[in-house]
Ligand binder design. Structure first.
Ligand code: NAD
Length: 511
């Protein structure tokens, strides 16, 4: 264990949202903390903000009066930059500007002792570029906290090209000692979370732009079937479209216009209109007092079927079979090597494999085909998305809906979009995670952990892809690329390799 001793002095430069949070957790871990900010009065303001937050914890009984008093003594304001000279660790959380950060580290080098470690909380800049030209770049690395710092467990410990192992280990162990759950990442655009999360927003936006479903319906499907805490539009409204669009645009540029990260005009327009989300009172939703929150499209309840026939394996949806039996529906099971289907009067249901229902009918499928979307857990999902083929009779969607309604689920009938909503988003998240793993940005398990801790995903994208079956995930991506002719959907070579070798993608280790 190479964590800094609690007796070591920590300095935080930049006393805004992130700097204040970092100072708070360092003081809580027992360090004396010096807070510096270039703006007059900002460090004092940051310190009083921390003390106000700590008083609330005292009121709630989470912190004793004595702990409060000790932390208040440990948290000090540095009125001049030179006062940071004895710090064993300096964490920089100033404005996100490469030249400002470079200048700051150059200045710090001349002040601190030889053994001091320097960290940057940058969310998008290259750690390598920030360290360029320093006399000792090996002692600098990224320490990327998430907002709000006291509550979010994830910290990405980011290695620049020159960062030394000892520096990374000390930062990792110190973050652990501060109660965080760090992961190692290589300095590449977006690090782990801001890169792997891009398709969560991008696929929602594309589905919306193509009229697959409206905003509240896509959000409800992602929450109630996908198990995500928020749908993509609710989350973008919370983050703020200016911030979210800027992260997407900078990732797109940083990857030399790779279509995987292409921003959406719909979001650009929201930014141009000043509809930034919750903070401006309007985004995809209206947050004005008294505004009515729109409801997702939900099919009226139809009479439950008495019997169905299940042919072939349903794969990740296999748990539907016992659930149907439990709901009092007679299930006749037929062995078949073909794709799994549920046959009932008026409709044939199948899980999406990325092709549209319409294309599957054209390729010889039954003309009453209705596809259903992926659910994180079919037993727990309270909603499911269905899409009938263009060739299907008008009653097919209602017939198919009645099956899921018999299981107590709400049904949203959406347009016949390739890969539907949850399956398509998962396929793209897993693909991005596989690509990040292939490029050595982080290990598969750290990527999964980062997505669960940093953005609250209900499962790591790689482990989830393994559960669904990487063969199906690859088929979904190939179908998407085929339909759109867009390189954005190209499958990661790691995913292809795991499918070819019959190996798990979340446990992939280099030989
Ligand atoms: P902020 O605007 O709330 O605070 C920045 C502070 O830095 C301000 O008080 C400003 O006066 C001070 N400052 C600017 N230049 C300075 C300098 N040269 N020397 C000393 N102080 C200086 O910003 P923030 O949201 O806390 O973000 C800080 C850093 O953390 C950025 O790099 C940002 O990308 C990163 N980050 C932010 C978030 C987030 O959600 N806000 C999350 C992760 C990382």
């Amino acid at each position: 264990m190479s964590a800094l001793a609690p007796s070591a002095l920590v300095a935080v430069v930049g006393a805004g949202t992130m700097g204040a949070g970092i100072a708070q957790i360092a003081a809580r871990a027992g360090h004396d903390v010096l807070i510096f900010d270039a703006k007059p009065g900002a460090a004092e303001k940051g310190r009083s903000g921390i003390l106000a937050a700590l008083s609330k914890q005292v009121a709630k009984g989470r912190l004793s009066e004595q702990q409060y008093a000790e932390m208040a003594t440990r948290l000090r304001v540095a009125s001049v930059f030179a006062a940071l000279k004895d710090a064993a660790l300096v964490v920089e959380a100033v404005v996100e500007d490469l030249e400002v950060k470079k200048g700051l580290f150059r200045e710090l080098e001349g002040i601190v002792g030889d053994d001091a470690i320097l960290a940057t909380n940058t969310s998008a800049l290259s750690v390598t570029a920030i360290c360029a030209g320093l006399k000792r770049p090996g002692r600098v690395a990224g320490l990327h906290f998430f907002n709000p710092v006291p509550l979010m467990a994830l910290v990405e410990v980011v290695a620049g090209l020159a960062s030394e192992c000892g520096t990374l280990e000390t930062l990792f162990d110190t973050a652990t000692a501060w109660g965080k759950m760090p992961v190692h990442a290589k300095s590449t655009p977006g690090f782990i979370v801001n890169r792997v999360a891009r398709p969560f927003y991008a696929e929602g936006l594309r589905l919306l732009e193509e009229g697959a479903a409206d905003v509240p319906t896509i959000d409800a499907i992602m929450r109630e079937a996908g198990g995500f805490r928020m749908g993509p539009f609710e989350l973008m409204d919370l983050i703020g479209h200016d911030v979210n669009f800027a992260v997407t645009s900078s990732t797109f540029q940083a990857y030399f216009n790779d279509p995987r990260y292409r921003p959406a005009h719909t979001q650009q327009d929201l930014v141009a209109a000043g509809w930034l989300g919750r903070k401006s009172g309007r985004g995809f939703y209206d947050y004005a007092d008294g505004a009515v929150h729109p409801e997702p499209n939900t099919r009226a309840v139809c009479r439950a079927p008495r019997r169905v026939e299940v042919s072939g394996p349903l794969g990740p949806a296999e748990s539907l079979v016992p659930a149907l039996v439990q709901a009092g529906i007679e299930v006749e099971r037929r062995n078949s090597d073909g794709e799994g289907r549920i046959l009932m009067e008026g409709a044939t249901l199948a899980l999406t494999d990325g092709r549209t229902a319409t294309a599957r009918v054209a390729a010889g499928g039954p003309d009453d085909l209705v596809l259903f979307d992926l659910a994180l857990d079919y037993a727990k999902a309270s909603r499911i998305a269905l899409a009938p083929a263009d060739q299907a009779a008008p009653g097919a969607a209602d017939a198919a809906a009645s099956l899921f309604q018999a299981l107590g689920k709400a049904v949203s009938v959406v347009d016949d979009a390739p890969g539907l909503i949850v399956m398509r988003t998962l396929a793209m998240l897993a693909n991005e995670a596989a690509e990040a793993s292939l490029q050595g940005v982080a290990t598969p398990s750290d990527i999964d952990r980062a997505m669960m801790l940093g953005v609250n995903y209900p499962a790591g994208p790689l482990a989830w892809a393994d559960l669904v079956g990487t063969t199906r995930i690859l088929r979904v991506l190939q179908a998407l690329q085929d339909v759109y002719g867009d390189d954005r959907y190209r499958a990661s070579s790691l995913l292809r390799r795991c499918v070819a070798g019959g190996r798990s993608v979340c446990c992939h280790v280099r030989q």
